[in-house]
Structure formats: structure tokens, C-alpha cells
Design a protein around this ligand. Structure first.
Ligand code: THU
Length: 164
């Protein structure tokens, strides 16, 4: 028996102002995107900004539905828009920000499990680590370099390789 250890590394910034200029502008885009979220049921507004290899920024936000499970998170809305409109372009970074009038959102919001799985797929397609920047409405920003930090031992495309 061997024990394997997976280490999560998170960089913590005291505020958005500590980010470098590229990160700062991507997070500003996520903040802008969250203002257009359709979240009448949760009143929890999330924005995501995806940076592609050629500098294109694709925005997304959560889109809810009266039949609750039919809605979609901001991260997947943005990533699927990137995949649909810019197929084959590597995803370099994704910034996520959330706001709510009803809840305190003063610490970084991490993506849900389903979004992590989708992020993992795009990271694999992109052949490099995806940088993930996360914040709430205000306050600290967490940055991780690669999905391995938030979804270790993921189910991935290698698991569906056909036998020769
Ligand atoms: N949500 C996101 O868009 N991204 C996350 O990372 C967490 C949750 C959305 C889903 C739903 O519309 C609302 O936030 C409350 O869960």
C-alpha cells in the first residue's frame, strides 16, 4: 500500500488591487458580467470571465430558471460560450465573482463541483494549466494555478479511452 498526497496551493490576495494588471482587468470583467446575471430565484449573482490564448475575453453569468435544475452557473455559461464560439482556442484563465443583496459574500466564491468538472475538460483541451481567480463581492481574492488544486484526481478523458 502506498499513500498518495495531493496538495492544494492557493494564493491569497487581500483585495483585487493586489492582482497584476491582466488579472485585475479579467476580474473587473467578471464583476461587470455578474451585474447581468439572471438570478431572480436565488438573488445570488455570479459573473465569470474567460481569457483565451489570443486575448479574447468571453463573459458568462448564472442563468436561472423557474424549474430550478434547468438553470446554469456562470462558469459553465462562460466556458460553453467560449467552446461554442471559439472552438480550439486554449483557455488560459477564468475569473469568478459573486454578489448578493441577501447574503454576505465577502470571501472568495469557489466553483461548484459540476463547474470544476467542466473546467477540467477545457483545461485538458487547452494543454496547460488554467489559472482560476475567485472572489466574492468584495475582499480577498484567491488564485490557483490549475484544476489540480480544486479538483484533484478528476474523472477525465483518459478514462474513456477505447481499447485498441
Ligand atoms: N452559482 C454560480 O453561478 N456559480 C458558482 O460557482 C456557485 C453557484 C449560481 C447557481 C445559482 O444560480 C446561484 O448561484 C445560487 O446557487
Amino acid at each position: 500500500m502506498q499513500e498518495r498526497e495531493f496538495i492544494t496551493r492557493v494564493k491569497e490576495f487581500d483585495s483585487i488591487d493586489e492582482l497584476d494588471s491582466g488579472q485585475h482587468s479579467l476580474m473587473e470583467s467578471a464583476i461587470e458580467a455578474r451585474s447581468r446575471a439572471y438570478a431572480p430565484y436565488s438573488n445570488f449573482y455570479v459573473g465569470a470571465a474567460v481569457l483565451l490564448e489570443d486575448g479574447t475575453v468571453v463573459l458568462g453569468n448564472n442563468q436561472e430558471n423557474v424549474a430550478y435544475p434547468s438553470g446554469l452557473c456562470a462558469e459553465r455559461t462562460a466556458l460553453f460560450a467560449a467552446g461554442a464560439n471559439f472552438p480550439g482556442k486554449a483557455v488560459k484563465k477564468i475569473a469568478i465573482s459573486a454578489f448578493s443583496g441577501d447574503f454576505d459574500v465577502n470571501s472568495p466564491v469557489y466553483p461548484c463541483g459540476a463547474c470544476r468538472q467542466v473546467m477540467s475538460e477545457y483545461e485538458q483541451l487547452s494543454k496547460g494549466n488554467m489559472e482560476i481567480l475567485m472572489m466574492g463581492a468584495t475582499g480577498k481574492v484567491h488564485v490557483v494555478e490549475g484544476l489540480i488544486n480544486i479538483l484533484p484526481v478528476a474523472f477525465n478523458a483518459d478514462n474513456l479511452k477505447r481499447k485498441k
